[in-house]
Design a protein around this ligand. Structure first.
Ligand code: UD1
Ligand code: MG
Length: 464
C-alpha cells in the first residue's frame, strides 16, 4: 500500500519516495518482498501515483533478481477510502490461489525473515497477522483476544473503548491472507466506523465469523514495523538502519572509529583490515579492498578502492557513471576530489586540492598539490606539478591530453588539449603548452625572464 498522502511529511515528494539509506522507502519494502520470491508485487498507488510508478520503473533493486521489474504491477486507488479499499483495487490482479502478503510502503525496515515466519504460520489457509506488544500502543489498531487467547478481531484506536485502548498488543499493518478468502472478505467490507473508511482490519472479525483460524506472529523489534509519518520518524529510522549497517560491517571485521558516525547509502563491501574514521558517507556501490584506510569526513560514491590504498580526510570521491577506481597502495587526499572516470593505478599519489576527472593515471604517477587533470592519460611515474591544469574544454568540445611515462610537469603549467607530452620530457614551470612535445625534451613556453639592473623603484614625493 503506497497510496496514502503523507500529510505530516509536509513535502511535495510522495511519502514513500522519501529516502532511507539512500533508497526510497517503498524500494526497501519491494526488495523485501522480492527476497521472498513473490510471484508478483502489486503496488497500490494514489497520491503522486505517476511519480511513484515512475520511480519503481526506474529503480535499481538491491535484490539480485533480474526479473523483479517484470513482476511489479500497479493498482491505482483514487480516491483513498481506507486500507480495505486500497487492497480492493488490487483484487483484479490477484490470482485465485496462493497467499497475499499485505505490506505498508512506509514501513521500510521490515525483514524478510519476519515475513517468512508470518507466511509459515499462515500455512496457505489461515489469516496470519503480524502483531507486537509494547508499553503504549496508542494510535494503532488493537488486537482483541478471547480469554483462551484466540484472536477475535482488530479495533482501530479511534473506534476503541477506553478499556480496549489499554490493550498493548497492536496490529502492525502486515498480514498474510489466502487469496480465495481475501477476495470474499474484501467484497463484504463496509465503512460503518468513526472514520467512514473501509478498514482492511475488519477482515479479522469476518474470518472469525466464518470459522477460519486467525493466527499471529511477531517481529523481533519495534523499529522493524515502525512507519514513517514525519521527518522525525524518518530520521529515527535512518539511525536504526545505519546502526544495522555498522553492526554488520563490524561483525565482519571492519574497524569503525565510531559506529554512530557512519552513513552507508547503498552497498559497502569491505575486505579484511579495513579502517574507517568518523563521519564518512558511502553512496551507491563502494568496494574497499584489504587494508584500506579511510580518513575522517570522506564522501565516497560508486568507487572501487584496491588493497592498501589510503584515503586521507575530507576527500570527495564521486564515481556516478563511470565509476572511480583507486589502485593498490594509492594515497589520495586530504581534500582531494575524484570525479567520474578517475582511474588511479597502483601507488598513485593524489594530494590536496587536486581534482581528477575522466583520467587514467598509471602506476606511480603523482599530482600532489592544487592541480586539475581532466580527460587525460597519464603514464607511469609522471610527476605533475602544483597548480598545473589540463585545459580540456575549448568552450564547445572536450579534448584529451596525453602525458607519457616519466614526464615531469613543472608548477603552474597549462596543457592545452589536444596535446601530447612525449615520454621522459620536462615542461618548465609556468608554461602554456599548445603543441606536442618531443620525448626527452625540456619544453618551456613562457615569457623570457628579464632583469633590469639600472632600474630605480618609484619613491613618494616629499611635500615642499
Ligand atoms: C493501519 C491499521 C492499524 C494498524 C496501523 C499500523 C487499518 C484500518 N488500520 O492504521 O490497525 O495498527 O495501520 O501502522 O488498516 N493507505 C492506502 N490507501 C488508503 C489508506 C491507507 O494506500 O486509502 C496506505 C498508507 O499509505 C499506508 C498504509 O496504507 O502505507 C497504512 O495507512 P495508515 O493511514 O497509516 O493506516 P492507519 O490508520 O495508521
Ligand atoms: Mg499509519
Amino acid at each position: 500500500m503506497a497510496a496514502g498522502k503523507g500529510t505530516r511529511m509536509k513535502s511535495t515528494l510522495p511519502k514513500v519516495l522519501h529516502r532511507l539509506g539512500g533508497r526510497a522507502l517503498l524500494g526497501h519494502v519491494i526488495d523485501c518482498a522480492a527476497r521472498l520470491s513473490a510471484r508478483q508485487v502489486v503496488v497500490i498507488t494514489g497520491h503522486g501515483a505517476i511519480e511513484v510508478e515512475a520511480a519503481c520503473a526506474g529503480a535499481d533493486w538491491a535484490t539480485g533478481s533480474s526479473d523483479l521489474q517484470s513482476r511489479i504491477k500497479f493498482a491505482r486507488q483514487e480516491p483513498q477510502l481506507g486500507t480495505g479499499h486500497a487492497v480492493q483495487q488490487a483484487v483484479p490482479l490477484l490470482a485465485d490461489d496462493g497467499v497475499t502478503l499485505i505490506l505498508n510502503g512506509d514501513v521500510p525496515l521490515i525483514q524478510a525473515q519476519t515475513l517468512r515466519k508470518l507466511l509459515d504460520v499462515c500455512a496457505g489457509d489461515k489469516l496470519a497477522l503480524l502483531t507486537l506488544t509494547i508499553a503504549d500502543a496508542s494510535g494503532y489498531g488493537r488486537v482483541l483476544r478471547a480469554e483462551d487467547g484466540a484472536v477475535l478481531g482488530i479495533v482501530e484506536h479511534k473506534d476503541a473503548t477506553p478499556a480496549q485502548r489499554e490493550i498493548r498488543e497492536f496490529y502492525t499493518g502486515v498480514m498474510a491472507v489466502p487469496n480465495k478468502l481475501l477476495k470474499t472478505w474484501l467484497a463484504r467490507l463496509t465503512n460503518q466506523n468513526s472514520q467512514k473508511e473501509y478498514y482492511l482490519t475488519d477482515v479479522v472479525a469476518m474470518a472469525v465469523a466464518d470459522g477460519r483460524q486467525v493466527v499471529a506472529s511477531h517481529p523481533d523489534n519495534e523499529p522493524e514495523v515502525s512507519g514513517v509519518n514525519d521527518p522525525l520518524q524518518l530520521a529515527a529510522l535512518e539511525r536504526v538502519y545505519q546502526s544495522r549497517q555498522a553492526i554488520a560491517l563490524m561483525t565482519q571485521g571492519v574497524r569503525l572509529a565510531d559506529p554512530a558516525r557512519l552513513d552507508v547509502r547503498g552497498s559497502l563491501t569491505c575486505g579484511q583490515d579495513v579502517e574507517i574514521d568518523v563521519n564518512c558517507v558511502f553512496e551507491g556501490a563502494v568496494t574497499l579492498g584489504d587494508g584500506v584506510r579511510i580518513g575522517a569526513n570522506c564522501c565516497i560514491a560508486n568507487a572501487v578502492i584496491a588493497a592498501g590504498a589510503v584515503i586521507h580526510p575530507f576527500t570527495h570521491i564521486d564515481g556516478e557513471k563511470p565509476g572511480v577506481q583507486v589502485g593498490e597502495g594509492a594515497l589520495v587526499g586530504p581534500f582531494a576530489r575524484l570525479r567520474p572516470g578517475a582511474q588511479l593505478g597502483a601507488d598513485v599519489h593524489i594530494g590536496n586540492f587536486v581534482e581528477v576527472k575522466n583520467s587514467t593515471l598509471a602506476r606511480g604517477a603523482k599530482a600532489n598539490h592544487l592541480a586539475y587533470l581532466g580527460d587525460t592519460t597519464v603514464g607511469e611515474r609522471v610527476n605533475y606539478g602544483a597548480g598545473s591544469i589540463t585545459a580540456n574544454y575549448d568552450g564547445a568540445n572536450k579534448h584529451r591530453t596525453v602525458i607519457e611515462a616519466d614526464v615531469h610537469i613543472g608548477s603552474n603549467c597549462v596543457l592545452v588539449a589536444p596535446v601530447t607530452i612525449g615520454a621522459g620530457g620536462t615542461v618548465g614551470g609556468g608554461s602554456t603548452i599548445t603543441k606536442d612535445t618531443p620525448a626527452g625534451a625540456l619544453s618551456v613556453a613562457r615569457g623570457k625572464q628579464v632583469s633590469l639592473t639600472n632600474w630605480t623603484r618609484p619613491s613618494k614625493k616629499t611635500a615642499s
